[in-house]
Structures are given as C-alpha cells and as structure tokens.
Write a protein of this length. Structure first.
Length: 191
C-alpha cells in the first residue's frame, strides 16, 4: 500500500484516502489555529490574546467632529518665482500648518477620550428629546368583549383590547408598550 504525505499537515495517508484528507485538512479549522485567539467586540475578527488590548485601542476610532468652525485655517501655497527666502518662508508656513493640524488632532483625540468614554455623558439626552411612543393610545386600541390570552404577558384576560391591526392584548400591557413604541408588538404595523 502506497502512502502519500499531505502537503498541509505533513501526515501520511493511504493513496485512496489522501484526496479526502486534503480537502478536510485545508478547509477544517484546527484547534491549534484558534489557540490564544479571542473575537474583537467591534470588528469580530479573531485577535491574538497578547495583542488584544492594543487592537481595541486602534480597531475603531470614530471620525473627529470636523467642520469649518473647529478646523484650523491653513494658508494656501502659492506658485511665485521662488528664491531662497521664499523657499524658507514656504517651509516655515508648511511647518506652521503641520503644527496647527497636529494640535487640532490632539484636541480631537483628547475630546474623544475624555468625553465619549464617559458612558453617562454619552447617554445623556437633552431636555428636548421625547419618547417615540403613541401620544393618544385610545386612537390605536379599542376595548372588546373578547376573553383570551394577552400576547405580551400571556395571561388569560377578560375584556381584551384590540389594536387597529386586530391583535389582542390586556390594557396594562398594550398601554405600557405604546408609551415607548409606535409599532404593534406582533406585526410591527406603525401607528
């Protein structure tokens, strides 16, 4: 019986089994390939455990909030007849612009690391925000004489309330639902 060595793993197999082994060997993830790897919460790539912290620092950096009011004003380069003093002044202007950009980038990074990492500040809503629920629930639901099971709490209820789309709920559940939602909890019809 002739044995052939697998090019991928180096093990030897009988000639009639080598083709099946090669397919399995190439397309199957081996335990040693996953050893010491963990998935990144941001990009879902498998990252070596030793490099994980550094990866998280560089994996996702949101775009800085750039607009015309907070971006530094840079002087435009001009194409004049240049002599040595013009060349030196152009170099000085380029260095000055580079320093302005560096300061701006440091300021944006400082803002991002100080402000956005503070979870409570990040979630703080201003006073003008309101919940997205239905304002007048009576326009969306109506009482019925039907008895049955509420589709939210699964309790047997006498006198269910029916939505405009025909689904039955107990009064407490559906009123609580529509405080924060504008869609039917069953068919997702928007009201």
């Amino acid at each position: 019986m002739v044995h052939i060595k697998c090019d991928n793993c180096g093990e030897e197999f009988p000639e009639e089994e080598i083709e099946n082994h090669r397919l399995r060997c190439i397309y199957t993830i081996k335990d040693k390939e996953l050893e010491n790897l963990i998935p990144c919460e941001i990009c879902n790539q498998l990252i070596n455990f030793e490099n994980y912290h550094q990866h998280l620092l560089t994996c996702y950096e949101p775009s800085p909030p750039l607009n015309s009011t907070n971006f530094p004003r840079l002087q435009r380069e001009t194409n004049n007849n240049s002599n040595s003093t013009d060349l030196l002044s152009n170099i000085d202007r380029i260095l000055h612009n580079a320093n302005l950009l560096t300061q701006h980038i440091r300021g944006v990074n400082s803002y991002l690391s100080n402000e956005l990492n503070d979870y409570e500040n990040f979630l703080e809503l201003d006073r003008s925000n309101h919940l997205l629920g239905v304002r007048d629930v009576t326009k969306v639901i109506e009482p019925t004489e039907e008895d049955g099971t509420c589709l939210i709490c699964t309790e047997n209820i006498c006198g269910l309330y029916k939505t405009k789309c025909g689904h039955l709920f107990c009064k407490d559940c559906i009123q609580e639902w529509f405080k924060e939602n504008r869609k039917c909890p069953v068919c997702m019809k928007e009201f």
